[in-house]
Design a protein around this ligand. Structure first.
Ligand SMILES: [Zn+2]
Ligand SMILES: [Zn+2]
Length: 210
């Protein structure tokens, strides 16, 4: 399994290209933009991208969806509770952002426990609401794509549409902190980290008893 980080779009969101090296099948998570660069990588590495998976519906994570879907014929997947956001430029905030209004119809509706398969790899969907209603994290081997739920040293905002601080903390505690310390995390913004480093050093999690 290979995991490549591309800082995509005007907001430099972490877009991840994840693929099975043997079967050359992959997924792209949170394509915020920079469609041409992503397509070049896909072509150079001879990849068949099956799905465009969204950790949530916010504008900074979805700007490259239309271009990639057209070019790659891949299916757009998002959690059921964020579908309304993806389809509404006001709810996904893109109408107020630099890339302009983005409204997209999903192909696949995800829920807790779903498995997304590509090549020999499997990504497990964990529903982690709190930043948005339908925020998800993806577990692939000992890696977790955490979207805007958990960052290195911080957590996502909970003051936007669908957000709730207590729900976010509960999601992180119940759904992410159950993984071993050495599990790597790949957030939607900023640097990678590990579950252990965040368990010990993340100021938002320090008052939680494990
Ligand atoms: Zn967000
Ligand atoms: Zn974001």
């Amino acid at each position: 399994m290979k995991l490549i980080r591309v800082q995509a779009g005007v907001y430099a969101v972490n877009c991840y290209i994840i693929y099975c090296e043997e079967k050359r099948e992959g997924i792209i998570v949170d394509p915020g933009g920079d469609v041409d660069d992503i397509l070049e990588f896909v072509k150079e590495n001879d990849l068949d991208i099956k799905y465009l998976v969204l950790t949530h519906g916010h504008g900074d994570h979805i700007g490259g969806l239309k271009g990639l879907k057209e070019a790659l014929d891949a299916k757009i997947a998002i959690h059921e509770a964020d579908v309304e956001m993806l389809k509404d430029g006001n709810k996904n905030l893109s109408s107020q952002m630099l890339m302009g209004k983005v409204e997209v119809e999903p192909d696949i509706i995800l829920k807790e426990g779903d498995i997304i398969e590509f090549g020999n790899e499997k990504a497990k969907v964990i529903h982690t609401p709190g930043h948005t209603l339908g925020g998800i994290c993806l577990v692939i081997q000992d890696n977790i794509i955490t979207g805007d739920t958990l960052f290195a040293g911080s957590i996502g905002r909970s003051d936007l549409y669908g957000g709730d601080f207590d729900t976010l903390i509960k999601s992180i505690k119940d759904k992410l902190m159950i993984y071993p310390d050495e599990t790597k995390i790949f957030p939607g913004h900023g640097s990678p980290s590990t579950i252990g480093r965040e368990r010990r050093g993340n100021p938002f999690l320090s008052n939680i008893q494990y």
